[in-house]
Ligand binder design. Structure first.
Ligand code: FMN
Length: 227
């Protein structure tokens, strides 16, 4: 299985969210997965999509000749796309969104009705692809926080998606929080192993991973310097 990871954090390797993603990958690697490539969104030269739709009419060639050409080739060579990003203003950070917009050449202008909505028809059959979203955030609450990013991801990748959202994620880079982040990362590693072996994560495990690590009032007091 070839895995392509998009690190959407402008903090690159120092990303809180990448702590979660690295634990997930460690679990997958323990289950035998070997081919992992990481693309750091903020380091790519990716022009903004201008919305000219040339790519959709001409068989998939963008007017820009930039890093997106290689990224699209990597996507087509992959079996699993992992989007690792921090929640920014209830969505994904701009460098990653720029890449997502530029995935347009993989679709044709032709629309088809799927269920009760319309989708563009693909330039090819991408049904072998699976999609995983790993999203960290700074607030302790998941509700009224992650929903826009989760909805967007489900609409972008309606088939074969798995979504991991973890609140209080700055704790992953706080050594003093290791007593709670260590066990959480072990759960994430187990999720990676399950996903590599079965293609799914047990619902109870997923729910435990997505829950706050410490009570939200305690977290807020620590962040506010009142602890
Ligand atoms: C511009 C900006 C917008 C943010 N928006 C949100 C938000 O909507 N909800 C939230 O819980 N945290 C928000 N955060 C906090 C980050 O998600 C949090 O610090 C996260 O741990 C950063 O992860 P990273 O280290 O992987 O980049 C925001 C941070 C920044 C810099």
């Amino acid at each position: 299985m070839k895995i392509l990871v998009f690190n959407g954090s402008p903090k690159r390797e120092k990303s809180d969210t990448m702590c979660i993603t690295r634990a997930f990958l460690a679990g997958m690697e323990a289950a035998g997965v070997q081919e992992v490539k990481v693309i750091t969104a903020v380091d790519q030269h990716v022009e903004y999509c201008t919305g000219c739709f040339a790519c959709m009419h001409n068989g998939g060639t963008c007017i820009y000749d930039d890093d997106m050409k290689g990224i699209l080739e990597e996507i087509l060579r992959s079996d699993l796309l992992i989007f690792s990003f921090p929640l920014y203003c209830y969505g994904m950070p701009a460098p990653l969104k720029a890449i997502i917009d530029r995935i347009l050449p993989l679709s044709k202008m032709t629309m088809e009705k799927v269920g009760d909505r319309y989708e563009h028809v693909g330039q090819a059959d991408y049904s072998h692809l699976k999609y995983l979203m790993i999203c960290g955030c700074g607030f302790p609450n998941s509700r009224q926080n992650f929903e826009p990013a989760v909805s967007q991801f489900k609409l972008l990748f309606p088939c074969d998606h798995t979504i991991i959202t973890v609140p209080e994620s700055p704790m992953f880079n706080a050594p003093e929080a290791a007593v709670v982040t260590g066990p959480r990362l072990e759960l994430v590693k187990e999720a990676g192993r399950q996903y590599a072996e079965d293609g799914v994560i047990a619902p109870e495990l997923l729910s435990a991973i997505c829950s706050p690590m410490i009570p939200e009032e305690v977290y807020a007091r620590i962040v506010n310097g009142q602890a």
